[in-house]
Design a protein around this ligand. Sequence first.
Ligand code: PMP
Length: 391
Amino acid sequence: MKASKRISTLNAAGSDGWEILYAARDMRRAGQTVLDLTVGDHDRITPDLILDEMIGSARGGHTGYADVAGIPALRDAIAARVEARTGVPTHRENVLVTPGGQAGLFGSFMATLDPGDTALFIDPHYATYPGTIRAASGISHSIAARPEAGFQPEMRDLESAPEAKVLLMNTPNNPTGVVYSAATMNTLAGFAKARDLWVISDEVYDGQVWEGAHISMRALPEMAERTLVVGSLSKSHVMTGSRLGWVVGPAGIVSHLANLATNTTYGVPGYIQDAAVVALVEGDGIEAELTATYRARRDLALKVVAGFNGITAVPSAGAMYVMLDIRSTAMSGREFAARLIDAHDIAVMPGESFGAAAAGHLRIALTRDACTLETALRTLARFAEEIRDAA
Ligand code: PMP
């Protein structure tokens, strides 16, 4: 029996781009030590304040079906957070709770694309984007942001895009760590309005900003009516495994999304939602401390890399990653990452896993303590110097 075209073509290139991560896992299973700086997952567990609520809620009986669109207290807490951060009036009806930001992305495409419609997205991009668009029977089309422009997409990059229904964007950006400037945001908003596009704005890193300020697409003039913002507690409150995210947008489309949830996920467990309320209402200290940790690691990473010749760092202004430009080695990111894990047992993501625009780069997740990170970056940088000098 044959699987559907939709599902069998999710990974268009026949690969999901995570080979180095799988290699690192195999090495670990074989008893080897390997330093894994691939995935954006924290080197700590969900804080007690949140876990205690989760366990208490489950023991207290919130283990049955919960409100599919999200419990009212959580929808209100998300609305309050979004309104406080963006100034855009936001109510319960504007919020759908989803099992992680990833399900929010999928729902957003389902809500805005008909089969065969095109969704544009900016390259470099979070690894799942093209597959998520295809999962919703859309056609994915990438628009390259150039390293010379600091990976900020410009009008000349957008102009030649084909006709489309949706523009997907992500700031602070994974993998580059770039935070889109006011000029970039205005360019993207102007483009979306001129082309009458929905904007799906992935803002899961909105609290992790090291330089400048995060601007939400929904806060720009006349954008709230055409923007769906995807958010998540994965990165802000150490809740990656709890799968708690949301979509914020116009009430009409949110009610369609709730309908989709009824027919797909059937919502998020009640005890996770209760814990999410506590995270949002009482967890500012958790978020602040976590953010300060990543900021310190980012500062350290940029300082260490600045002392070497073979590589340069893209000046990460947000998100828990630093992207390194290794083009002086004349190697692809893929080849470099494969050689690095072989020679030094350090696993990093090749830029190519995040699109052609990130070729010749590596993405480092800042997910180890400062000392380990510094040693790994020094090893990596010396390796790059050796390769460059031998060339
Ligand atoms: N968007 C971006 C840019 C991400 O980096 C991630 C996770 N790495 C997600 C969405 C999905 O996050 P989650 O489903 O854990 O909320």
